[in-house]
Design a protein around this ligand. Sequence first.
Ligand SMILES: [Zn+2]
Length: 166
Amino acid sequence: MSSPTPHPGNMYAGERDNVAALKAAYPYQFTEPNSWSYSWPDGWHHLVEEACAGLSRLNPDSRWVQIKEKYGGLRLYHAGGPLRLDLHTRAGFHSFSVKREDGPTQPPKLLELIASLEETSLETCCLCGGVHGSGRGITVGGWVITACETCEPLIRAHRALPYGER
Ligand SMILES: [Zn+2]
């Protein structure tokens, strides 16, 4: 059960409503049966909205396989899209897109849009969406989170709560 007044640092407080809103607007894009397939922080909802509009416009036959946050960035995986390769090295974290040789050809404009939205997420606070300032990567309890200076202490306070109280 979620509490009636969400903690101000909970970047997933609006998740259920946000996912439901886009599922209602684009039902054919959200066909995965698992609820964990679609999950994004509140501050990035406008980026996901833009992605859905773009997918509908540029490849109406495609759908989202998974939408999530990973290493502080938004990940938009669509059916027929490129394979993703994530590497952790001592020099840092690297993510690559690998074009499928045998897969369907994706409209280049769609791939560009998705890449640009994912890149934008790395500078967009995942709590306020950049209203209070630009996001940058911070580490909270081993997790990389993209947050602005105003939201960082709120997020830290929320994450410091025991699991049952979040
Ligand atoms: Zn913020």
